[in-house]
Design a protein around this ligand. Structure first.
Ligand SMILES: N[C@@H](CCC(=O)N[C@@H](CS)C(=O)NCC(=O)O)C(=O)O
Length: 219
């Protein structure tokens, strides 16, 4: 049995959870927080990042490595096309979303979500890069109706958890939802994906986790 380690507020944790649910792979969850200095955790995820999984053969970190592993051990309910080129185009989108959009927007999360503040240089850099990268993403993304075309794929598991963060962080810190400003109707897309039972479970667990953490912060 796979154990998914991390917590439900994390976008990358939720990406993997969506894949597990969509593919119907049984799993349990283990709550592990970030920035651990515990040797037992670092031996599974050397940078202390989440998610990671425990398998019968050992641990595995990095969400895309995990997702590819899950695809390999459970071919049922495929989330990548059989055609090698089409499969590579799906991965291209995942990389684009995570490296060029989410990782840039992440510079703004401290101010957007955690009560911190970003300096002007950070904001300007994020605005410049996001504007350029979102224009690039628009050239690749299909939204027809799924992000890679007419089938639900791994790329949707990434887009569904990451695009709202990019939009909310840019709106909150830069004063403008840069995805919407570029003509990407991410809300309609999120609504479509949000109708799936997998996404509903992820959203419910994330909400419960947010409430639990807010209550813990008060005590
Ligand atoms: N490339 C990693 C990114 C994972 C990641 O950044 N996770 C965040 C939580 S959403 C984290 O662990 N942050 C803590 C840190 O970077 O120290 C993946 O795809 O798994």
């Amino acid at each position: 049995m796979i154990t998914l380690c991390g917590f439900s507020l994390s976008n990358y944790f939720n990406k993997v959870k969506l894949v597990l649910l969509e593919k119907g792979i049984p799993f349990t969850e283990e709550r592990v927080m970030t920035k651990s200095t515990d040797e037992a955790v670092l031996s599974c995820t050397p940078l202390g990042k989440i998610p990671f999984i425990r398998t019968e053969q050992g641990p595995l970190c990095e969400s895309q490595a995990i997702v590819d592993y899950l695809e390999a051990i459970e071919p049922k309910n495929p989330l990548t096309p059989a055609d090698p080129y089409a499969a590579a185009k799906v991965r291209e989108l995942v990389i684009f979303i995570e490296l060029h959009l989410e990782l840039v927007a992440r510079e703004l999360y401290g101010q957007a979500f955690f009560g911190g503040s970003a300096d002007e240089a950070t904001k300007e850099r994020a605005r410049k890069l996001l504007t350029k990268h979102i224009a690039g993403f628009k050239r690749l993304a299909k939204f027809a109706p799924y992000v890679a075309g007419d089938s639900f794929t791994q790329a949707d598991c990434s887009a569904y958890v990451n695009l709202p963060l990019v939009a909310m962080a840019s709106k909150s810190v830069l004063g403008e939802d840069l995805l919407a400003a570029a003509g990407i109707d991410w809300k309609a897309y999120a609504k479509l994906i949000g109708e799936r039972p997998s996404a509903q479970r992820v959203a419910a667990d994330r909400k419960a986790d947010a409430e639990r953490m807010a209550a813990a912060a008060k005590t």
